[in-house]
Design a protein around this ligand. Sequence first.
Ligand SMILES: C[S@@+](CC[C@H](N)C(=O)[O-])C[C@H]1O[C@@H](n2cnc3c(N)ncnc32)[C@H](O)[C@@H]1O
Length: 230
Amino acid sequence: MNEQTLSRRLERVAAHVPQGARLADIGSDHGYLPVALMLRGVIEVGVAGEVAQTPFASAQRNVRKNDLEDRITVRLADGLAAVEAQDRISVISICGMGGDTMCEILEAGKQRLAGVKRLVLQPNGAERELRQWLMGNGFCIVNEELLRENRFDYEIIVAEPGSVAYTAEQLYFGPVLMQAKSEAFVVKWRRMLKQKQQTLANFARARDAVPQVKIDDFNQQVGWITQVLG
Ligand SMILES: C[S@@+](CC[C@H](N)C(=O)[O-])C[C@H]1O[C@@H](n2cnc3c(N)ncnc32)[C@H](O)[C@@H]1O
């Protein structure tokens, strides 16, 4: 992967960034996403935010290598602190980190989301919690994708300002994903069903009592998955 050839995962993230966007990519690492989108003429302005020194330096290097210093600003900053009012950012992408970390970043930087028209999020886990945060903070999910790459399932969640009330099942599976029920979705949830059933069997055999609330939660998940797979 490089700034010309993105991974399939980042390519699908890129597809949700609209033409003319002013993009802030938080946790940008090498900065491949904003650099690729700038080279393709998709974004007008880019900010690459990084909290760690080594990836920050890598993003700076890639921006410089492509002569994009006047179009992409690389900032060493924690989460949305990389977004400044004068950037007039319209789209924020956060990809390749835990959903719980994303919730913390969004919660801590809430006031910097004013004026943002779209979030493109690719969490590694805790998707339910992330959807819950979005719903509780005035965002509705306008699109979702599920893809498998290198033996991992990746979900992409695209959200825009709006109010919505999702059911517990929609938060769990994703409102768009459960509606579309793609092949990748069915394969993922068949696999998850087996795992959850195995965990329940392990609970039953466990020497120390597993808290009933945990068993109930797993049983509920097994029920939802069985139902959604129909
Ligand atoms: C696994 S990389 C993902 C890079 C790229 N976004 C992608 O999807 O390929 C996660 C990056 O997020 C950065 N990161 C983690 N927490 C962050 C935070 N609070 N603010 C900014 N960057 C953060 C890490 O330093 C790391 O470079």
